[in-house]
Design a protein around this ligand. Structure first.
Ligand code: GLN
Length: 439
């Protein structure tokens, strides 16, 4: 395991212990701050001076996990006054017509528990959009489950459909909640690494990883953090392996409307796949409302049953007025999506050109609002060391990618930047990097 000897911050935990922070500890401790000082307000709030400290407690199924990298990096952005191109949330607001719909729903008294699997209006809006996007006709009453964000759809799907010991195949780098929710479900994770420059799927490797114990392949297109989009050839190959081996596909498609260089394809739309696919999506990315936490899972009735059983006992139902507003959002005309795409393409162009001018190797990103770069021209020993330098000395936050791999070394040369920020913020970040990042 690689060590970063020159990254010598510390970690302050609820048990009042200070640990040296290094490449290993960022993955193994619950809370990390890259600072020698421990007197911030946040840390004060973690400790109660009048009560003796107790060691932290966590169930075994979660003990290997820590504060998410997104939370850590956003806290550091605030602490160091750095420009946050780390956590993927827009620094601009969502559309007025959706906010108006939420206010109207609240004023109309749509404020009690919603039907557990979604208010009928939203379930219908989800199926109408799915039909438009994929051509598939699905039943809003028996094939859609509305959840608290896609993150809950992922959790409910794992807990509702995966048995302890089942094997689930992931593509690394993978979004952090996949591993944690699979661990909660007791699944056995098998992993395939997608490698730069194009992060293409090594189909032969996938083939050799599938066994009689494989229950599902969990995929994400457009893909966070790489921006890769699964091609039709890759999806066809995955589909035939799944059909041949009776494997489910759990497909996270939250960035489907942020597809810039190629057309997004839902694997559920391929022949023979709908009956074995759970398609998950949400409102947050497409409508710049990441705090609303409205998501959904679309699956045939026999799979929806398991998802709904888990959902019923995880959250039961999600926010009623926001569901009505989500219904209004999903009925947006095509022009809304066209404009969204145009705006994001302009942002992407600013960041990509800026990063290239600064001297990074920038890997092509076809979708999402993320771009991956190789930081090694700047001489830092790994992604974590580079990100620490970038925050403290340059004033910009990026996400180290090693946390998205089972083997962190696979991500040590790569960091992720997001361009879901206003153009001025993106330009300022580029200027800071041009001024202060030296090869
Ligand atoms: N999806 C967001 C990202 O990848 C982060 C969401 C979160 O903070 N959990 O940046």
């Amino acid at each position: 395991m690689l060590q970063t000897s020159n990254w010598s911050g510390c970690i302050w935990t609820a048990s009042h212990q200070v640990f040296p922070l290094n490449y290993r500890s960022i993955r193994s401790l619950p809370f990390a701050l890259f600072s020698k000082r421990r007197s911030t307000k946040f840390m004060a709030s973690l400790s109660t001076p009048t009560r003796p400290p107790k060691p932290i407690e966590v169930a075994k199924r979660l003990e290997q996990f820590k504060t998410t990298i997104f939370t850590q990096m956003s806290m550091l952005a605030i602490k160091h006054g750095a420009i946050n191109l780390g956590q993927g949330f827009p620094n601009f607001d969502g559309p007025q017509f959706v906010k108006d719909a939420a206010i109207e729903a609240i004023q109309d008294g749509k404020n009690q528990y919603a039907r557990g699997y979604g208010v009928p209006d939203l379930n219908s809006a989800v199926t109408a959009r799915f039909k438009k996007d994929t051509g598939l006709d699905v039943d809003p009453e028996s094939e859609v489950t509305v959840t608290s964000g896609c993150t809950e759809a992922i959790a409910a799907t794992m807990l509702g459909l995966i048995n302890p010991g089942d094997e689930v195949i992931l593509f690394a780098p993978f979004y952090d909640s996949y591993q944690a929710t699979l661990s909660m479900a007791g699944a056995k994770i098998k992993c395939i690494t997608l490698r730069p420059p194009d992060f293409s799927v090594p189909i032969d490797e996938l083939k050799s990883l599938i066994s009689k114990n494989t229950r599902a392949i969990l995929m994400n297109t457009p893909h966070n953090p790489t921006g890769k989009m699964f091609t039709r050839e890759e999806l066809d190959a995955i589909a035939s392996l799944c059909i041949e081996n009776d494997v489910l596909v759990l497909s996270d498609e939250v960035y489907d409307k942020l597809a810039f260089e190629m057309e997004h394809i839902s694997i559920a739309s391929l022949p023979g796949m709908y009956e074995r696919t759970v398609t998950m999506n949400s409102l947050g990315k497409t409508f710049s409302l990441t705090g609303w936490k409205i998501g959904w899972a679309i699956a045939p009735p026999h799979l929806t049953w398991g998802i709904r059983q888990a959902h019923s006992y995880l959250t039961f139902a999600t926010s009623t007025p926001m569901q009505f507003a989500a219904g209004a959002a999903l009925r947006a005309p095509d022009s809304y999506y066209d404009e969204l795409k145009r705006d994001y393409m302009a942002k992407k162009a600013i960041l990509v050109k800026g990063l290239k001018d600064v001297g990074f190797t920038v890997y092509p990103s076809s979708g999402t609002y993320f771009v991956i770069v190789d930081h090694t021209p700047f001489g830092k020993e790994n992604d974590v060391a580079f990100c620490e330098y970038l925050i403290k000395e340059v004033g910009v936050v990026a996400i180290p990618t090693s946390v998205f791999y089972l083997n962190p070394d696979d991500g040590k040369n790569l960091v992720r930047f997001t361009f879901c920020k206003d153009e001025e913020t993106l330009r300022s970040a580029v200027i800071r990097m041009k001024d202060k990042l030296k090869k």
